[in-house]
Ligand binder design. Structure first.
Ligand SMILES: *Cc1c(COP(=O)(O)O)cnc(C)c1O
Length: 411
């Protein structure tokens, strides 16, 4: 790249997604590279929430459960998410948190594989995924075992003992993408089921759940789907698994919740994966983010994301040589999700110092800096601007301050 700035300006000028940036409320000057952790605020969300609060809640009160579609929101929004992920209508609900949905999907899968004792995952999976496995092991009194192995040993560890494999498709630190169809096939060949965690996939990479013959999946609403802090998550269960036994057998998953029957009877379809009363306001905000994502062409989103990543990796090379950044994401765009991550011994301090030059990125212990790439609201030119600002922080050593060394409770 001889003249990166004019090349990038030309890419922005012909970017079919460029218009989406105006749909987000972003402060001028800010470079927001953390949309993989908390997506930006869609402009339409504030008005939608105001309407949900003052009209639906304030005026409609309890009649809004029917009148404003509150009771059907988990399935309705689930159907919209299904269109993003290659699932069919009635195969996804929006509900609970990703952690809770991991529990629901794992225990449902276990109910379909009685006698098999192992839940398998990779040791470096996102911690909550592994913690939920360990909770199930403890609750089962040791009958079920949570087994974790090195990332490259997963396929070799698959055997007749494995009831369910829990894997994240796009790794939260490195951004490495797993081949969903191939791993699903390998697991199913030994009779195991797979729960895919799509937290860093939904809204970021093209996913084809039914094309991959996926069993179960879960994922976040507040990352690339821009559903807002603590947005409800989603759960996918392939139609053929709708006979699985829900362990979180709450009344919203009952076949007839308003019959107030004495005994639990699971709803026949995807609703059996609901548990309690849905968080209506959170769902309202999530729906705005999902609608916005649905109005974008996912193939264009993915192409721009890979290209932005390639550009960032190229532009960072001098800083890798001179200032100790070490790329830990795959260089090949196809093998990389929508983020680029570097290891750096002063990673924590650098992420703090970047805030002073209006760059928000994030840090993941022990030494990883992540740059989340969100094609709906980032521009190609932002990649050069970002590397400029990182370069300034490194050359001036502005990260070298005692206050940047103190670890905050949330990174
Ligand atoms: C972000 C993330 C989660 C978050 O789970 P919550 O229950 O929403 O806190 C879980 N798994 C993965 C892989 C994630 O990236």
């Amino acid at each position: 790249m001889t003249d990166p700035c004019s090349t990038l300006a030309a890419l922005d000028a012909s970017d079919p997604l460029a218009g989406f940036r105006d749909s987000f409320a972003l402060r001028p000057g800010l470079l927001y590279l953390d949309g993989n952790s908390l997506g930006a605020l869609p402009r339409a969300t504030a008005a939608r929430l105001a309407q949900a609060v003052s009209q639906e809640w304030g005026e409609g009160l309890i009649t809004s459960w029917l009148g404003a579609g509150w009771s059907t929101a988990p399935a309705r929004i689930g159907d919209k998410i299904a269109r993003l992920l290659g699932a069919g209508p009635g195969e996804i609900v929006a509900a609970d948190s990703t952690s809770v949905n991991i529990f629901k999907a794992l225990t449902a899968a276990l109910s379909l594989r009685p006698g098999r004792p192992v839940i398998l995952s990779e040791a470096t999976n996102f911690p909550t995924d592994v913690y939920m496995m360990q909770g199930i092991e403890a609750f089962s009194g040791g009958r079920i075992r949570a087994v974790t192995v090195a990332p490259d040993d997963i396929v070799d560890r698959l055997d007749q003992d494995v009831a369910v494999l829990l894997l994240t498709q796009v790794h939260y630190k490195s951004g490495r993408v797993r081949d969903m169809a191939e791993i699903t096939r390998r697991a199913q060949a030994v009779g195991a089921l797979v729960v895919w965690d799509l937290s860093h996939s939904s809204g970021a990479v093209e996913v084809d759940l039914n094309g991959a013959n996926a069993d179960f999946a879960v994922g976040c609403g507040y990352k690339f789907l821009n559903g807002g802090p603590g947005a409800p998550a989603f759960l996918f269960a392939a139609r053929r698994h709708h006979g699985a036994t829900p362990v979180l057998s709450g009344w919203f998953g009952h076949a007839r919740p308003f019959a107030f029957e004495e005994d639990y009877a699971a709803a026949p379809g995807i609703e059996r994966f609901l548990c309690g009363t849905p968080p209506v306001l959170g769902l309202a905000a999530l729906e705005v983010g999902v609608d916005l994502m649905l109005s974008a062409d996912m193939a264009q989103v993915r192409r721009k994301s890979m290209q932005m990543g390639d550009i960032l990796i190229q532009l960072m090379k001098p800083l890798c040589a001179d200032h100790g950044f070490c790329l830990i994401s795959p260089e090949d765009g196809q093998a990389r999700g929508s983020q680029v991550a570097y290891a750096h011994p002063q990673g924590y301090e650098i992420v703090q110092a970047l805030k002073a030059v209006d760059v928000i990125a994030d840090f993941r212990a022990p030494d990883i800096i992540r740059f989340g790439l969100t094609p709906l609201y980032l521009r190609y030119a932002d990649m050069a601007d970002l590397v400029d600002r990182i370069g300034t922080v490194c050359r001036t050593r502005s990260w070298d301050k005692p206050e940047y060394r103190e670890r905050a409770a949330v990174t």
